[in-house]
Design a protein around this ligand. Structure first.
Ligand SMILES: [Zn+2]
Length: 216
């Protein structure tokens, strides 16, 4: 009998402790361990971004909707750095608005066909940092959701989009400078010819990908 009672007692004790705990402690969320270089969706990590995913519409230089849905996939390390930059902008009353994130290689090839100029579109034979999940095209919006004046539209292929272009108002220069300095502080490098483009500093050795994300 003693051998039979003991396991029952132990079982009841465990059950009691477990059920007592469950009344006061919220069950932990299922935490998925993801590698730093895995592709993840920004929306699963933050709700603090504004989206204007240009290639999920025909409002882009391709004049074609090349993504089936507007999602921002990036490698996890890029997502972490972007969230950190956005936290800095939020403290200053702004938010990041996103135009483009990871870009499958097939889309890069289509872009190169239209604009075969390496100042504006990366040669798909080498692959862009967008194809590696380490680049973002962004701007800033204010507390009312209004985009700051950056002097040109996104994907403006001309000298006016360059960080080095000086014939701009002081306000535009300040806006570009704010975006640039904060992104650099958070692990990104700017691209001289495009004020909207930022590369994660550690992304150059990641592999080019042509994986496409699923749409619901
Ligand atoms: Zn870009």
């Amino acid at each position: 009998m003693i051998f039979n009672i003991k396991p029952i007692f132990v079982f009841c004790a465990i059950l009691c402790v477990y059920s007592c705990k469950s009344q006061t402690v919220t069950a932990p969320k299922k935490v998925e361990i993801v590698s730093d270089t895995a592709f993840v969706n920004l929306k699963d990590y933050s709700q603090d971004f504004v989206y204007d995913m240009k290639y999920a519409t025909s409002d882009n230089f391709l004049k074609a909707k090349v993504y089936d849905c507007a999602e921002c996939f990036l490698r996890l390390k890029t997502i972490k750095a972007l969230i950190s930059a956005n936290a800095d902008f939020i403290k200053m009353g702004y938010k990041i608005k996103i135009f483009d994130c990871y870009r499958p290689l097939d889309i890069q090839k289509r872009m190169w066909k239209i604009v075969p100029n390496p100042s504006y579109v990366a040669d798909p034979s080498k692959g862009s940092i967008h194809n590696r999940g380490g680049a973002v095209d962004i701007t800033l919006v204010d507390a009312n959701g209004k985009a700051l004046d950056m002097g040109t539209s996104f994907d403006f292929f001309g000298i006016e989009a360059s960080h080095n272009y000086q014939n701009l108002s002081q306000e535009i220069k300040n806006n570009r400078e704010l975006l640039k300095t904060t992104m650099i502080q958070n692990g990104f490098n700017p691209l001289d010819s495009e004020w909207w483009h930022y590369n994660l500093k550690t992304a150059s050795n990641d592999k080019v990908s042509n994986t496409k994300w699923k749409c619901d």
